[in-house]
Write a protein of this length. Structure first.
Lengths: 459, 459, 459, 459
């Protein structure tokens, strides 16, 4: 997964992009990058491993002048060490410098890349995003706008992208609208970001979400729609953004993430009730859902698990390695809350089940009499090919075991998932959604996969 | 403030000390250090700036062999750059290598130091802890035990200390017992730490707290009391550990920190009731108190503020500096929770008031109709001279303004503190306590201060 | 300027390339790089700023497996910070991974690049060498050999290049043969390098120089000539390699560099005799020439200047900046040699004159009665467009001033240059040579320059 | 070995100390340090591993204000990693801050240290120099001058030291005068350094050498002799400074080092003549001696060996390790000079013989018909206990083998050393000298060694 931010027509644009990335840090911690367009149209670029606060010192920021900037945080730097696969991507083509940031995964990138390579294109990275810049550079269309539209029209899959060339910033979402992108204003300029929490920190006001397929150009203080990309039968915004990925203080798909999770939690309490002494969350991602469960059930909300936020890229020493240790170093149970009690633990989703199993061992050691595990989303049964970094089907516990088998594996007294219908009903007025990871219904064609091509790394 | 951990008689002691420091990281983020005693009695030492997870790689850990180790995390490296002031402190004296860790502040250190310097002692650091090792080295007593007791007997103020010499580990608390220190067991060995959360992560079982004035020696798998230091009229454990400093999953002064804070929150609701739509905490330190307030008042508990945990040593760019910006980069308000509502915000303590004021501006911008601020401790009116890093009286808002003036300054509709009596009553069965920062009643003599000496840096 | 080395068919090829670069370090100190082809044909690459001994640790070398490797040292990383402009250059094209190293400067690179960019090629660097890989990638020829020959045939100017694709290593010199490249053998494998001193250190035996225009392929232990590039009227090896650039222990253009410089020095003594007490060099580049001058003239050879070899990237503090300071920090005069004497100083060439002027001030301060400056090459009057990094005409003192003006500027009692004819006559049996920097007779067309194109950075 | 520099009463003293260290870099490459006294008397200190140009950036220098400064370069950081053993040494004692630099080795340091430790002194380092500061701190004398004199009077062995306290700089040499120290002037201030080449670079004029046993204080622009330490029967300046250690452009013991080495070379030619085609040096340390040999013998001087100056802390890869490889990476032979010739190789001294043996193998491979090895000093037969870092007797080839055995070991046709008498006669007017490493006549008592104490690390 990745987070992206763009700033157009505002002094010290790179500093605002920095703030935006800081707010979007939860969408990617492995690498961060900022590009900035100076007065002459030349683009300056800095990309660093790790957190944005670690890599972008005053002296680094001083190399990023100008009023248009792009920023990107990356979940994993697939493609091995080196920053070459990080973003923004910068190329110098016949129209000048071009920078691009991309959130999502293009499902026909491998095929497009093969064609381009056969024609003599030299790829510098292993990420799918690079096909976009080659398609732009090879377009025979005379204007930048047309080149970009021609390139984007050839793509299938998930892409929220922003591009800067000269004094213009282009932003687009794929026809399905898999990944969010919200337009905001700050004084006479514009800010665009993956989530509204970035606009909040920058101090921009929220204007509107970009629509699925929408391509806009921002120049001279004006945002203008260029075209609407087609190809999707219906919009398919990702419901997993609400379930887990987005920050609770963001609005995504027109709904407060906190409110959506509360609704999931309340619906879960209705669907999977159980008698118990208290309910608590796995902090911090399931706080909202657990509170919703507590409200609806009337069972006392507690703080049963404490999370250590200094975990960083925790260094695990050889003697400490082992099944549950990665959990223990991140969480501790509060014995006084748990000891002798029947407890309900609410988590937002169950992917591999490894962390949950470790947590439950911790909770049992703290003296829980009964442990009831509740998940505020359905079983994850299918990988995402639209940009969420998920394991293969073989590693998805929901795809490999029945609910009863999972209950046994986790060693809990009862296990309850939110139903697919219940999840949709809780946010019905904001759908429809892509729920492929829960249902296997893939909204956009998986072109490369169906052709048996080895899928490139994505974001 | 600082956190300390000691491991005695366990293989790979340094790795356990590392884990202990990791759990105690909230007690100090500026520097971390580990010392380890090898088979020959030689002590190896590593000290690094920053978080323990950042500084102690595999290769660093490999230089720390043996079965006895000490660890220390430091809140601030007063005394300027350089790690010389970090701990453990290591000296080679006539009995061999000696390492020491210290949490607290010695109130007659300046005077002792002056005497030692006049006699030709060469001090390497500016921290009060160094007087202890000089006193030990200059003792004419023949045995290490006697040298240590002779040295500690000359100290006034707060000290939880651990010392290793040869195959023995010594631990002691000052006669007032200002700072916590808990003894645990792991197999045939011992683990001692500032808080029980460190014992939990290490996997040690909690045995008992060291008593005020107690000096013990651990050797050959046995912990033996050597003496009981005197000089205190009565014990004076620090109540601020319960209010703010310790982790909620620790037991301190015989009580669960989470339960103590719940009790503070409930008592606060009784003392300072107000009609409102919801109550929320300033995460994460006041979560327990806010939940207690919600329980007692029956007002809905909400997640109104989201904290960005990637803040690290946040880099503030010039254009972003300003009164409230440090708050905004750390917290965001959830508009959907707050907008149009009468909200109660619970915080654990009010020191300078700067952060609170910024938070309230944030909450007002998110559309709160009324803001009621509740503090789950009394006004902080006096600096701590026993080891808590606090500003001077001039900077303590509770010492400079009346409650009504503070209410105006914070721009809230109402402001309510927990009373001193209410605070004590909530944890009455675990006292008496030192409450000097709230009351001005200093339990141990402030020798240097009263002599007009410039007080050295402390921890 | 740059130095290149290639290793084919030898275990731990990268380690030998490392040694080769170490011996070629005088040809470029700003960046170093090594690429290595593993068994599967995948190329691994490491590029670092600074000296090869600084950047290539054991752990870096461990990432460079296989039996074919290329190495490159770079004089300046034109194109700003970042290693993207360093070499080897690595691309993944339709035939697999391709690595390239290049010494020289392509005089029609800008024009070729413009055409390629118009066709949609995305350039990653600002160096001329990148046009070669794009030309190869776009070739319609089916075989790698043909693609390479097709690409090289389009180039004008100076290029000694080596390329690896799969299990083959290709080496070529431009038709003029501007830059050296010598083939050696080590057991069953081959080593190719800019200078023979690299073969010496690797332990390879010198086989022969590649001929101007020669293109060879080394595969399965055999070196095979593929073609001979045409376009040059006659060979034009660079005489400046003998004058200054190459190491004295190398053989270049079939002659020992030490012997060539001796011959220049002797010829200089014949052409520009002067009565004096002693002769000394500007160490170390003019040691051979000064010794030749001393031999021929019968005047005593002395060590009048001492060079500080710890100079590195010397840090000049603000108060020390100034005209002569950069000279003083590098050289010191030996007062006992110079005081009261009539001295002859021999230098290899005079480019800007800045260093020489500083040196002479130093020598005068040490008490020289007379200073006679002798230069073992003619005045440098024209920039090199074939790969030697030289200032513009405006900065070339030989282009701006008469010999008498230069004498006055340097503040010497007499100044004598070696004549153009004298220089050629001293190495006549190894010519003809390119002497454009001395004569203005450019051997290969300066295509870009004549078209008024801004010339890209080179090496 | 070490080099020291002191600056008194000059603005930006630390920058001048930096320059001085840069010129003295040949005396120690492992660590460098500078201390500076600010207006209030507080001393600021920076110590870094490696070369002075690497460690002392602008930002580091900016932390070193004031008009009095000391500098130190260290040959080896004995005592393990960490800079604690580097110098200047800084302590804060009852008279304020004190910084010290020391060149030499104190032969009764171990005994003094034991006494101090028994009295409760806490040592921070393992170097002998630390006893000096403890002796000063423990002195009961009222004035700093007396404390320093009292401390220095207790020392036996070699010490050129400088100390700053408050606004004064103290400099002293041991009564034997083993190590050099020269006083210079710059405007109204003073500069003191191990060698005159440091004064040259700083731009100071040479005033005079400090005398054996002399102790001076510089304050308010005046240098005043405080006392003359006694205890030596006669002066014993180190002759090895002339043979090898000092820079050829320095004056040491009143003689130009270049001239002294020339005289050694000429005397060697007289004592050990041989018929040959050419003579060359092992660059750069024996250049002067080889030239002297050539002059006296009338045999042609050549440049037969080229030294690679990029060697730094050369990284030797596993496959390249081996007997001669460390030589090959540093030197290359010039085949055209050597092939078929009878050559004389002149080296300054023969310690272990390892490098020489490797060099001769190199020279033989280059085709030498005969190799005659000449050493411009006598066989090194005894370790130095006065500050030159030498191997034990067991490793000294001159102590273990006869000249004929050494000749065989080196595989040369003849081997000739300069005689002890010949060496002295060449510099007779500047003696007497300590020649203990050649003769075993130790001038100052080896107290610790004779008491069987394990000798501490030295400089």
């Amino acid at each position: 997964m990745c987070g992206i931010v763009g700033v157009a027509g505002i002094d010290k644009a790179a500093e605002l992009a920095y703030l935006g990335l800081y707010a979007l840090q939860h969408r990617g911690q492995e690498a961060a990058g900022i590009s900035a367009v100076d007065e002459s149209g030349r683009i300056h670029l800095q990309r660093e491993h790790g957190l944005v606060v670690e890599g972008f010192s005053d002296s680094v920021m001083a190399t990023l002048p100008g009023r248009n900037a792009l920023g990107h945080v990356r979940y994993s730097t697939a493609g091995g060490p080196g920053l070459v696969n990080a973003q923004p991507m910068l190329v110098r083509y016949h129209q000048g410098d071009l920078a691009l940031v991309h959130n999502g995964n293009i499902t026909n990138a491998v095929g497009l890349r093969s064609s381009l390579v056969r024609e003599g294109a030299l790829f510098q990275t292993t990420v799918d995003s690079e096909v976009i810049v080659h398609l732009i550079a090879r377009s025979r269309a005379p204007a930048v706008e047309e080149q970009i539209i021609e390139a984007l029209s050839q793509l299938t899959g998930a892409f929220s992208v922003m591009i800067t060339v000269g004094d213009a910033l282009y932003a687009a979402r794929d026809p399905w609208g898999f990944r969010p992108l919200t337009l905001g204003r700050l004084n006479d300029g514009h800010v665009i970001a993956s989530e509204t929490c970035a606009l909040d920190l920058i101090g921009a006001t929220i204007e509107r979400d970009l629509q699925p397929g929408e391509v806009i150009r921002i120049r001279n203080g004006a945002a203008e729609e260029l075209t609407r990309l087609t190809g999707a039968e219906r919009p398919a915004p990702c419901i997993f953004e609400l379930v887990y990925f987005a920050r609770p203080d963001s609005r995504v798909w027109g709904v407060s993430v906190d409110r959506a999770r509360r609704a999931f939690g309340r619906q879960l309490a209705r669907e999977q009730p159980v008698d118990a002494d208290c309910v608590f969350s796995v902090p911090d991602s399931s706080n909202s859902a657990a509170l919703g469960f507590a409200e609806e059930s009337g069972i006392a909300y507690e703080l049963g698990l404490i999370r250590n936020h200094y975990v960083g890229r925790t260094f695990i020493h050889p003697t400490q390695k082992g099944r549950d240790f990665r959990v223990r170093i991140k969480y501790n149970a509060v014995r006084e809350v748990i000891n002798g009690k029947r407890v309900i633990v609410v988590d937002d989703s169950l992917v591999r089940g490894t962390t949950s199993r470790g947590l439950i061992a911790l909770i049992r050691e703290a003296g829980a009499r009964e442990v009831h595990f509740r998940v505020s989303s359905p079983p994850v049964t299918n990988p995402c090919y639209y940009g969420i970094d998920m394991p293969t089907r073989e590693e998805l516990i929901g795809a490999q075991k029945t609910v009863e088998e999972i209950r046994e594996h986790l060693n809990v007294d009862s296990l309850g998932y939110l139903s697919l219908e219940g999840m949709h009903s809780a946010v019905a007025s904001h759908g429809p959604f892509c729920d492929a990871c829960f249902s296997g219904n893939y909204s956009a064609p998986l072109v490369d996969l169906e052709m048996g091509r080895r899928v490139s790394s994505h974001c």
